[in-house]
Design a protein around this ligand. Structure first.
Ligand SMILES: Cc1cc2nc3c(=O)[nH]c(=O)nc-3n(C[C@H](O)[C@H](O)[C@H](O)COP(=O)(O)O)c2cc1C
Length: 139
């Protein structure tokens, strides 16, 4: 069985497109070496990431990512086991999500982007997980 982990975090400071590209290149190289696949969504200063692979590799990578100073407030959204990969072709798929697109996926209107994750009530599905669900079929 393969393990997966999904989390949301907040950037610690504004990250440029160039820095994001560098982060992604490094992530893709590293992930290829340990057969971890997944997806990273960047949405208005928040990161939403899905990692999948052998349990020990995913746990090790997640603990490394969690210590990264480029983001903070890391909140695990979901974890579990799956027989198949959702992103078998991607060492790390990437999507920079715009407000209109996110709100279309979530079906809300008239909400400030900054409030999107703050307004979340724990009994509801976290909106970051709903966004990820749009791309990950086995969540
Ligand atoms: C939002 C975010 C997502 C990241 N995702 C990955 C990833 O999927 N794989 C990875 O190796 N590093 C990822 N990193 C970077 C790691 O935290 C770390 O900097 C990197 O793995 C160090 O690589 P090195 O040990 O080869 O120098 C991510 C960092 C951030 C802030």
């Amino acid at each position: 069985m393969l393990k997966y982990i999904a989390y949301v975090s907040r950037q610690s400071h504004v990250i440029t497109d160039r820095a994001l590209k560098e982060l992604l290149e490094k992530a893709r190289n590293n992930n290829t070496a340990i057969a971890v696949t997944g997806m990273l969504i960047y949405f208005h200063g928040s990161f939403i990431q899905y990692l999948e692979g052998e349990e020990e590799n995913v746990d090790w990578l997640y603990s490394k990512i969690a210590k990264d100073k480029r983001h903070q407030n890391i909140t695990e959204l979901d974890s579990g086991f799956s027989k198949e990969r959702a992103f078998s072709d991607w060492s790390m798929a990437f999507k920079k999500l715009q407000k209109d697109e996110a709100f279309e996926i979530l079906g809300y209107k008239d909400l400030e982007t900054e409030q999107l994750f703050e307004n979340y009530q724990s009994q509801d599905e976290h909106p970051a997980l709903s966004l990820l669900n749009n791309y990950v079929k086995n969540l």
